[in-house]
Design a protein around this ligand. Sequence first.
Ligand code: ADP
Ligand code: MG
Ligand code: ZN
Length: 590
Amino acid sequence: MVIFLFNLIIVPWLAQRQIKDASYSKFLNDIDQGIVEKVQLDENQIVYQVKEDEEVKLFQTGKIDDPTLVSRLEEADINFAGTIQEQPNFLIQILLGYGVPILIFVLIGRMVRRNMMNRLGDSGLNIPGAQGAVTVYEPDEDTKTFADVAGQEEAKESLTEVIDFLNQPEKYEKVGARSPKGVLLVGPPGTGKTLMAKAVAGEANVPFFAISGSEFVEMFVGRGAAKVRELFEQAEKHAPCIVFIDEIDTIGKSRDNQMGSNDEREQTLNQLLTEMDGFEGNQGVVILAATNRPEVLDPALLRPGRFDRQVPMELPDLKGREDILKVHLRDVVTAEDIDHNLIARMTSGASGAQVANIVNEAAIRTVRDNREKVTTEDLVASIETVIAGAEKKNAILSDQEKKIVAYHEIGHALVAAKQTESAPVQKITIVPRTSGALGYVMQVEEDERSLVSKTEMLNQIAVLCAGRAAEEVVFGEITTGASNDIEKATSLVRQMITQYGMSDKFGMVNLAGQSSQYLGGEAQLNCSNETSHLVDLEVQKIIAEAFEDAKRILNENREQLDDLAAYLYEEETIPGKQFMEILAETESTA
Ligand code: ADP
Ligand code: MG
Ligand code: ZN
């Protein structure tokens, strides 16, 4: 800004007072006319001041060895000197040259200092003006309520007690019951933990202090602990209220299992533990916390009197997904005949956040197509986009490739259809996707499954093998198209053997431990090297059997395989219903 002002105001002002060039003869002429007021004889130039029509001008001209000049000037009675130093100019120069930069640095220095003070806070230094960054959220119209959280009935039930306590503490005091101090929401990402905490505050209509665990992690040692102290100070002032610590595992990690301890984090955690013990049960402060890694939390955090209640927030079931879908469809314009049940069945295993995302994708798709209402079809298409990526508009497949893909996909679908314990086929397509998939078969369960039998798992593996099996049966050659099938089949077989005890060879022995329950981390083998070698052999054996099984089914139904593949080649997409009809037709004629 300083430089800008300087250029805008001072430079033009100086320029106005510029000295103009003049010739020596003009100089002599001006003297003769008697309009010259002052002359300054410098070493190699002459600067003179002229007063013409009440206007003062400065001119300069080169110096000529002219001995008559002095007498000429005297004659004309002109004031002349060796130098006329413009004192003010000189001062301004010094000011601009030295003063301004110094001023700028002083200002920057002050800014940095203020920043430092804010960060240091009251960590013993007691610098005025440094306060923590805890925000108070007053309950307003916009807060969430339980109506915004679909499903999760068990969680709501446990939290209702907390709300009741916040609203009517007398009721509990009378009996001598102490309030729950801390409630820990645990569950996979996107199941609505953060949303639920907000809803609890909204339902209880009390102030809501939300802070994320990572906000306690600070550059300065001791600052995190100070923040915890500030947070609780504020909370106690506003009681009854709710303090919500999101992603608490950032600070609540167990203190002794880490290599290279982290002093700052430990201090923060210790401060949190102390604060939680510090306030009395009936003060009306309830602490909610959320995490998706409860297994890493310090045991001290979980003991009675701290976060002694754990409320699990699981992935929604069929009914739950249907409800979440309805909650989010409230905000978009939909056609009347949305098939909630179908969408819920198609999104098996999806979290609340994913369902919400699918609704949004569908709405965007509707806008893109210049339509006004979201239809079931939009929702299905956005599920496919989420599963398999968007359709690739201009992918070029050769004829032969397209034929192979058609046989591959029909292979999957046919084997699935011929099995009795397999999920019905919903859709078969060979439109290439941006994810790299050249086609896929979508199977959708009739209803929610909680248990999966061994037969069903083996069937699933056979279906996964069937794509490549079809290639081999028909073309006598295999392609790279099966890599994703192979990956899925292998991991499924591994789970069967190591986690579900479903192999004849090992029986009911756990051979792998899950590293993180809610984040779906890879299972780690926890057996000897010899056993792990045997597991590998067993995996190979089961997959080979499933592959043979798939080949047998395809060979037995070779005609249908050819017919359906030809049909898919032409149509590129077959809906599940049509697939079953064609299957039934060809069966009766065969
Ligand atoms: P988490 O904190 O468990 O990772 P969030 O609470 O941030 O998940 O949820 C993310 C979004 O997912 C929410 O804003 C909401 O739109 C949606 N969502 C998740 N679960 C539900 C649910 N049970 N009902 C309605 N919406 C949900
Ligand atoms: Mg969250
Ligand atoms: Zn495949």
